[in-house]
Design a protein around this ligand. Structure first.
Ligand code: CA
Length: 511
């Protein structure tokens, strides 16, 4: 079957036979990492289905995600993967570098008012490691870890966007970190009017709903249409879809066939979490948000189909995740992310590697910086994890359920806001406004003002209060609080966080 497929591929791309023959000699796995933006873990419908629902204490949203549901049954599925700093750029910075935001370079969401928040050229990223190990590397979709600069290929000396601040960015070759196939942008939220810059800096405006367009581009890359990749090499492809990110308010944002699944349904049948406030103005977004999730599911299905048709599904590691979640009217907040609530922090993490990973559900408390080393470990590149990486390689734990290896007992919660500004008003430093810890049982987050005084504490017993409806009184739960604070302090020390190095935890503890 494989030979036959390769011959077909050879015919399609008109490549010399020797090229395809050589392709069979490198048996290392391909890796595909698909991560839409703002897709909360509970938005995947399989969590309410047989085989999954007994592993979690929440109900899945009433979504239609048949492709991801099927994929999950073939995969190791994590219940408790966490986006430590649940905001676009900081998570992506950790994903690509394996470092926490204080080291990755991406301490705040990237825009032109924060010229210091971006991944530096000298940093070794996941693409750099795959590339130096002989992989063909593709990045498709939203990047949002680079600094907007006056480098528009079509308008030299100008930003790619006339806005203040500028959010979107063109990433030059020297900051693509090993990705030789490039079809990407910084951040841009017109879902049916997306744009991308290719390898050569040529801008493409396909006027198509972006996840479906990106799935077509990914499928073409898999099939090697137009000879876009070196088939002698295995490939590493990241596909970063923007929906279900906002806007989610009209048919400009999603596809009619997906919206039809949710249109005219009573709001209390869509927002079923008991912590949802059904009187918020945002409830109008629920149907569009879930429609976007279903559209992403279709797009992901297209990528899986292309992989199977190319005969590459058996030897390809496929991962589905997100950069953070979405509160969607839970917890009375308009902020969809950037909070310690489970809707924001808990992300999907589903890994399929036929013949290597036995499908199951696992409670591994994986953190954003753990993803890079774990993906490298799964691909057999554990020895090449850069020394700069702060995350852990959990590939052995994913491969062997009963392995007696040390499991993470906690994940950090991180929030930074703008800090010092220069004379021009640009933010040159960040202020670490909140830190916290998530364990299997608890979530604790402490918010401070600029004088390091506690502004707010969020403290939940996630096991007995899965929807985080009762903020625990610190004084009434002093022993648990102290234990969590101590563990958080150890973790902050380990990752060299400013809450430790600047003595903030010490100050808080002594109060
Ligand atoms: Ca995001």
């Amino acid at each position: 079957m494989k030979n036959k497929t390769n011959k077909i591929l050879c015919g399609l791309m008109l490549a010399p036979y020797t090229l395809c023959a050589a392709a069979q000699t490198d048996n290392r796995p391909n890796v595909i990492y698909v991560f839409p933006d703002q897709l909360r873990n509970c938005a995947l419908n399989f969590w309410s289905q047989e085989g999954f629902r007994d592993n979690v204490n929440f109900k899945a949203d009433p979504t239609h995600t048949p492709h991801i549901d099927r994929f999950a049954r073939e995969s190791v599925v994590l219940t408790s993967a966490q986006s430590n700093f649940p905001l676009s750029s900081p998570h992506r910075g950790s994903l690509l570098t394996g470092m926490y935001p204080n080291r990755s370079g991406v301490s705040l969401n990237c825009n032109s008012d924060r010229p210091n928040s971006y991944i530096r050229e000298s940093t070794t990223c996941i693409g750099d490691v795959f590339s130096s190990n002989g992989y063909d590397c593709a990045y498709i979709g939203k990047l949002h870890t680079d600094r907007p600069e006056r480098n528009d290929p079509d308008r030299p000396g100008q930003y790619v966007q006339d806005a203040n601040p500028v959010w979107d960015a063109f990433t030059p070759v020297e900051r693509r970190h090993g990705f030789n196939y490039w079809y990407s942008y910084g951040t841009f939220d017109q879902h049916k009017n997306p744009h991308y810059w290719d390898n050569k800096g040529v801008k493409h405006e396909p006027h198509e709903w972006s996840p479906i367009h990106e799935a077509k581009v990914a499928a073409a890359y898999i099939r090697n249409q137009a000879n876009v990749r070196d088939t002698k090499k295995p490939f590493f492809m990241m596909v970063a879809m923007n929906p279900p990110h906002s806007p989610y308010r009209s048919m400009d944002d999603c596809m009619p066939e997906d919206y039809a699944l949710y249109a005219n349904k009573p709001i209390d049948s869509l927002l079923i979490r008991p912590n949802a406030n059904l009187h918020m103005d945002k409830v109008k977004s629920a149907a569009y948000y879930f429609a976007s999730v279903s559209g992403v599911d279709r797009a992901f299905g297209m990528i899986l189909d292309a992989l199977k048709e190319a005969g590459l599904d058996k030897n390809t590691i496929v991962i589905f995740s997100s950069d953070h979640g979405e509160t969607m009217c839970s917890q009375n907040t308009d902020d969809p992310k950037n909070s310690p609530y489970t809707e924001a922090m808990n992300i999907p993490f589903i890994v399929r590697y036929p013949g290597h990973l036995t499908p199951r559900v696992d409670p591994l408390l994986m953190s954003s910086p753990d993803i890079m080393p774990t993906v490298l470990g799964l691909a057999g590149l554990g020895k090449d994890i850069p020394s700069t990486v702060q995350g852990r390689d959990y590939s052995d734990l994913l491969s062997h359920e009963n392995l007696k290896a040390k499991r993470p007992d906690a994940a950090l919660y991180i929030q930074n806001v703008n800090g010092e500004k220069d004379a021009a008003g640009k933010t040159i430093d960040y202020f670490p406004s909140a830190r916290g810890i998530k364990t299997a049982q608890y979530t604790l987050a402490i918010f401070i003002d600029k004088k390091y005084r506690v502004k707010q504490t969020l403290f939940f017993d996630d096991q007995n209060d899965p929807y985080q409806q009762h903020n625990l009184d610190v004084n009434a739960h002093k022993a648990v609080y102290k234990k969590l604070f101590k563990r958080m302090t150890q973790l902050l020390k380990e990752v060299d966080d400013p809450w430790y190095s600047k003595g903030i935890v010490k100050k808080l503890k002594n109060k």
